[in-house]
Design a protein around this ligand. Sequence first.
Ligand code: FES
Length: 112
Amino acid sequence: MIAVLNTEDIEEGSSKGFEANSIYMFAVKKDNQIYLYWNRCPHLGTPLEWEEDRFLDADGALIQCATHGALFQISDGRCLAGPCKGKSLKPVPFIIDNGMVMVENHILNLST
Ligand code: FES
């Protein structure tokens, strides 16, 4: 497994974009839980953030796509409003080990 993010590097109620092996992802920390998604809008496949590390709407309750404003639930990535309503962000499977967010090598197209 590969460590992609230190859980201390993301503040409660905020989001953070990052890349590993040229695969773009972002994390949200809410109620001390980490959520991890591919950084691709299910509408047109564009990156979601407004500016660096800004993936959430104004009150931090939902993920919002910067291109056409689609809104997604943080907990499961489901699109609640916008052109991709009913579709979902793709979650990245992970575990947390010793404060590090870890993903399997094959998810990053890395051999073991
Ligand atoms: S590309 Fe995200 S809502 Fe259109």
